[in-house]
Ligand binder design. Structure first.
Ligand code: FAD
Length: 454
């Protein structure tokens, strides 16, 4: 995935249609970490097998390991380590825990939040876990934890199957509801094959480092889809078409994402359409096609080609500013992405098997609010603007009668200042219990990401 964004943090809420974040700590920030002794890197290096390596500033691997999709989430680590086996991951965690060393686990590096998959401490990069093994007898695939979806789709395509998220959600539910098992390295160094039958608590609340996912796969042939761009004067009609689709679509093979954005001094909308068949049946997506568009790239293609289409793969060099208020703070783009899934979104899993979402009785849909800018000195100002924007959208949704005051936020999109209670809600007591049993010394608390309170 590649966008035109330079420096960005996403702010998000899971809402019934349109929404925003709530209860964000106004004075929150990246929590301070202890310093890192460089001897920890040497200690790790000495303990590892020949399948693994440690890298320092100046090396190509160090740069690649620390590189992130967005500069907002990149930090320079003391060293990076690329384990090649799960047992080496165990050795690393034992050393990090014993020396109380801050660390981060980085897979694809798509987190927008600083200090999640980046750290001034030791960066554990999963890139050497990079194999995909398809099992036709169980319709599952073992997927290495260092892969991005492009590589997974490319490996599964010759088998006529697919996996992943977003585009098949209408048919098969959330990604988390399609994981059959994990190879998980616990903070005490043990390597476990986690499945619902063997370790239900760990299926619910992973505690440690994942080295392999076992995912359900589904038949996948050619799909129909692509991207349309609409001018701002089409927004009222587009909003109506999106609302109609969200309210009335019952076809699980149809999926859309609508992104309203302001960049380069003007507003436009990008409309992604997806249908899981070579041609969509009449009526399902026709209303989008009937609107006048500035550009359209639509057709029958493989899933892999589809996910490589712009805007997610675009690299446009956006440098103009989008308004007087934040232009001085180097703001280059504002966007709101609406993702209307079917109301059956949560029906394929349960709160017993996954900590998120913490409640499934009511379908809630994601809304991603995105801001991009280029100047790191403007971070605090842009974060504040995003929170304000999220509050405004939420207040509007509530005023329109949507009961989203206490809707849980979505951890993949939430700003790092979001209290963990706002994401995991009633799952937190069980999360705490799992943490106490599998990580009593809170080794994973040294890593970045959402923190389960003690
Ligand atoms: C262009 C773009 C489009 C996106 N679109 C969507 C979308 O449509 N739907 C959606 O849900 N999200 C979307 N996201 C958000 C994205 O899915 C999340 O940021 C996700 O966490 C990225 O995974 P990653 O492996 O790249 O993350 P990283 O940044 O590498 O890691 C994210 C977090 O997971 C932890 N972690 C990573 N690997 C492991 C591991 N092996 N074991 C334990 N912990 C680990 C890290 O420590 C970190 O806290 C998008 C992001 C981008 C940049």
């Amino acid at each position: 995935m590649r966008t035109y964004l330079e420096r960005v943090v996403l702010c998000y809420a899971a809402l019934s249609s349109y929404g925003s974040a709530s209860k964000i700590e106004r004075d929150g920030g990246v929590h301070p970490r202890a310093g890192v002794s460089s001897s920890v890197c040497s200690q790790i290096s000495a303990a590892l097998s020949s399948a693994s390596d440690v890298y320092y500033s100046g090396s190509t691997n160090y740069s690649a390991d620390n590189s992130h999709f967005f500069s907002s989430s990149a930090l320079a680590s003391a060293c990076t380590v690329e384990p090649g086996t799960a047992s080496d991951v165990g050795k690393i965690l034992l050393i990090l825990g014993a020396t109380n060393t801050p660390f981060a686990v980085k897979a694809g590096g798509h987190s927008t939040n600083p200090d999640f998959s980046s750290t001034p401490g030791v960066l554990l990069a999963t890139r050497r876990f990079a194999t995909v093994a398809y099992h036709a007898s169980t319709s599952t695939a073992d997927v290495g934890a260092g892969l991005v979806w492009d590589a997974v789709y490319a490996a599964l395509q010759p088998h006529g199957v697919g996996a992943g998220y977003s585009w098949l959600t209408g048919q098969y539910g959330l990604a988390v509801d399609n994981v059959v098992g994990y190879e998980l390295v616990l903070p005490d160094g043990r390597v476990l094959d986690v499945a619902e039958e063997s370790y239900p608590d760990l299926m619910f609340a992973l505690r440690g480092v994942v080295t392999r996912f076992t995912l359900k796969t589904y038949p996948m042939g050619q799909i129909w889809g692509g991207v349309l761009t609409y001018a701002a004067d089409t927004f009222p009609q587009l909003a109506q078409v999106v609302a109609d689709f969200s309210a009335s679509n019952t076809d699980p093979k149809a999926q859309i994402i609508t992104t309203y954005y302001y960049a380069e001094g003007s507003a436009a909308a990008s409309q992604i359409l997806f249908y899981d068949a070579p041609t969509p049946p009449p009526g399902v997506l026709d209303a989008f096609l009937a609107l006048p568009s500035l550009a359209r790239e639509l057709g029958t293609m493989d899933l892999l080609d589809f996910i490589r289409l712009p805007p997610s793969n675009g690299t446009a060099d956006v440098r103009k500013y989008w308004g007087p208020a934040l232009s001085a703070a180097s703001g280059v783009l504002v966007s709101f992405a609406v993702e209307p899934f079917l109301p059956s979104l949560f029906a394929r899993g349960s709160t017993r098997t996954a900590a998120y979402p913490p409640a499934r009785a009511r379908a809630l849909l994601p809304l991603s609010l995105c801001r991009s800018w280029t100047d790191a000195a403007a971070d605090a100002r842009l974060w504040a603007a995003m929170m304000q924007s999220a509050d405004n959208v939420k207040a509007k949704a509530v005023s329109l009668g949507q009961d989203v005051r206490d809707a849980p936020l979505y951890g993949n999109y939430a700003l790092f200042t979001t209290p963990v209670e706002d994401i995991f809600g009633q799952s937190l007591p069980r999360l705490r219990g799992v943490k106490g049993r599998y990580d009593p010394r809170d080794v994973m608390g040294l890593a970045g990401g959402w923190k389960v309170p003690v």
